[in-house]
Write a protein that binds this ligand. Structure first.
Ligand SMILES: [Cu+2]
Length: 297
C-alpha cells in the first residue's frame, strides 16, 4: 500500500491513467442524475463547490478547503476518496496514487522536458480525447457545462519549487498553522507555507500556476496531474509530520464558528453522508505510506 514516485514507477502511473480514463467515462461510471457526466466530473464539482464556500461568508481568502488549516486534511481526504474509486476501477486493492516529485523537475534546465509530460505519461491528456465538461468561473462563481479539450501552458508563468526551499519550510516551521489561520503572507506556519501564500516560493500554488490552463481554475481537478501534484503536497505534509511529531493540528474544537470546516473535529466539506474530520486523517498510514520522505527531511 505504497504511494510511489510516478516517474520511477511506470506500472503505477499506467494504472492511474487507466483508472482515471474509466472514471471519466459517463457510460462506465455515470454520475447519477447528471446526464453525460461521470464520477470523475463529480470530483471536479466537489472541489469547485468547496472553493465557493467562504469561511466565514463575505470574504474570499479562506474557503472550506483552501486558505485555512483544513487545506492539507481536506485534500488528503479528497485523494483518499479518489484512490478508493480508482482501486475499484482498475480492480486492484493495492493500488495507490503515485506522486509527481516536481522538486526533481525544478532541477532540469527546462522542466517542460520532464518525462512526466511525454505521451506515455501525462502528455496524452492534451491529445484532444480528454474533454473538460465542467468549468469553474471565478468571476460568476458558477460551474458551467462546457465540452472542450484540456488546456495547459507548461512554464508559461510561475516556477516549480526547489527542494532546498521545501526542506527549509519543513524544517523551520515548528507549528502547523498560526492565527488568524488565513492566506495572508504574514501568517506563518507549515500549512500556509506549503499551501504557498507565505514564503517566496509559494510551493503548492506555484505548481498550479506553472502548469497553467485548467490547473489555474476552481475546476482544477479536471487535469489528471492535479492528483499527482496533490499527492506530492500531501507527501510534504507527511514529511513535516515526521519531522515534528509532537506538533498538534490547530485550531482545536474551541475555536470560533468563523473557522467552520477548519477546526480539528469539524466534518470537512463533502457531498457524502460520511463525516470525516481533520483529526480522522492525521494518521494517514492507515490508508497508505510513501516510498520515501527522506529527500524532504
Ligand atoms: Cu484544491
Amino acid at each position: 500500500m505504497i504511494r510511489s514516485n510516478a516517474v520511477k514507477d511506470l506500472a503505477a502511473l499506467q494504472k492511474y491513467v487507466e483508472g482515471v480514463k474509466r472514471l471519466k467515462d459517463p457510460v462506465q461510471n455515470p454520475w447519477p442524475g447528471q446526464a453525460n457526466l461521470s464520477i470523475y466530473d463529480s470530483l471536479v464539482a466537489w472541489h469547485h463547490r468547496a472553493m465557493m464556500i467562504s469561511t466565514p461568508a463575505g470574504q474570499m481568502a479562506r474557503n472550506a478547503a483552501h486558505g485555512g488549516p483544513s487545506f492539507l486534511p481536506w485534500h488528503r481526504y479528497f485523494l483518499v476518496r479518489l484512490e478508493s474509486l480508482l482501486r475499484k476501477a482498475v480492480n486492484d486493492p493495492h493500488f495507490r496514487i503515485p506522486y509527481w516529485d516536481w522538486n526533481t523537475d525544478a532541477e532540469l534546465q527546462d522542466p517542460r522536458t520532464s518525462v512526466i509530460w511525454s505521451n506515455q505519461y501525462l502528455g496524452q491528456f492534451v491529445d484532444g480525447k480528454w474533454r473538460v465538461r465542467l468549468m469553474g468561473d471565478g468571476r460568476t462563481m458558477e460551474l458551467g457545462r462546457v465540452n472542450r479539450p484540456l488546456v495547459r501552458y507548461l512554464g508559461g508563468d510561475g516556477a516549480l519549487p526547489s527542494r532546498a526551499n521545501v526542506r527549509k519550510v519543513i524544517q523551520e516551521n515548528t507549528v502547523y498553522d498560526k492565527t488568524p489561520y488565513d492566506a495572508a503572507q504574514s501568517t506563518g506556519g507549515a500549512r500556509n507555507s506549503i499551501e504557498g501564500w507565505a514564503g517566496k516560493e509559494r510551493i503548492h500554488n506555484n505548481v498550479h500556476v506553472w502548469v497553467g490552463g485548467d490547473m489555474g481554475l476552481s475546476s482544477s481537478p479536471n487535469d489528471p496531474v492535479f492528483f499527482l501534484h496533490h499527492c506530492n503536497v500531501d507527501r510534504l505534509w507527511a514529511a513535516w509530520q515526521a519531522k515534528h511529531p509532537t506538533a498538534a493540528y490547530v485550531p482545536d474544537a474551541a475555536a470560533p464558528d468563523t473557522l467552520k470546516f477548519h477546526r480539528i473535529d469539524d466534518p470537512m466539506y463533502s457531498p457524502f453522508p460520511e463525516k470525516v474530520t481533520p483529526r480522522d486523517v492525521l494518521n494517514y498510514s492507515q490508508y497508505y505510506k510513501y516510498d520515501t520522505l527522506s529527500d524532504l527531511l
